[in-house]
Design a protein around this ligand. Sequence first.
Ligand code: MRU
Length: 351
Amino acid sequence: MATDPSSRSMGTVAMRWHGDSLELLDQRLLPSEEHWITAEGASGVAQCITDMVVRGAPAIGISAAYGVALAARHAGVGEWHSEINQAIRELAKSRPTAVNLFWALERMEQVFNSCDSLDDATKRLAAEAVRIHEEDLAANLAMADHALNVINAQQPISVLTHCNTGALATGGYGTALGVIRRLHEARLLERVYADETRPWLQGSRLTAWELSRDNIPVTLNADGAAAAIMASGKVKWVIVGADRITANGDVANKIGTYSLAVLARHHKVGFMVVAPSSTVDMSLASGLDIPIEERDGLEVREIRGIPLAPKGVDVFNPVFDMTPASLIDAIVTEKGVIQNPDITGMRVLFS
Ligand code: MRU
């Protein structure tokens, strides 16, 4: 039985694979409660992704891969082919924006298509899911090294981040938060300013929690404070993750990322996107082609059942936005760095 890559990841983890079952840390309840959910087969994993028990582009892809592995484990001998097929289709509908989901399912489907029995599928799909998980962790570590070279800090600096891109959003360590972790390890981090990230509050509930647990100096700020922080000269870089990067270097990420990129350019603060190659979608020409998820207005009108707005008021709740490549100074992937990204730079690494 392949071992759980989470056991090798640092600090907090989002999921635990036991070979025949998958546990997910319920991120909806953090930071007040650490509650683990055992996913009920592939359908259960799909529901956990939709409901944001597990979230963050790479973590969604890895969980979906384990979901396919679970589908094989639960399949009937006579119907295994159609049941696993059905599980892949169901998982693909769980969320629309992060391309890591579709990338992981495609990898699982390729393995599935070459399996000749249920026994073969059960073993090989589990092994592939573990491989996807391990590769993500390795990519995070490599990206942190590349990013440190780009930042090239000679003394401790402060940075600003958005959403949660840490161990909770990935196979462990983190993308943007992995870079911040590495800066801290290298004694080059003075402080992280963490946007609270309305409406779901990934910044206050998850990032501030992860960083505090790891004793990394963090200051939480309301999203609207980012401009004032940049104007004060306190931060040298804005470092964020991504949910999908298109062939011209445009980036979809958590709603509010685009405003940060505009602000960073105005204040001459560096803007860095950190994401594994599983987030790159060379099939889309530009960010305008990325499907942007809109979620229930309740996420804006209420917090945990407490009303914040008039009952039933109309709400616009897109949970991602698109930052054009022209506002990005560097895209860091495990394959290398693209400075001032454009279609040519993207093709060099991802042709
Ligand atoms: O809606 P979420 O919480 O899944 O959105 C997550 C983000 O937008 C992250 O910034 C992105 O996935 C990068 S995570 C490594």
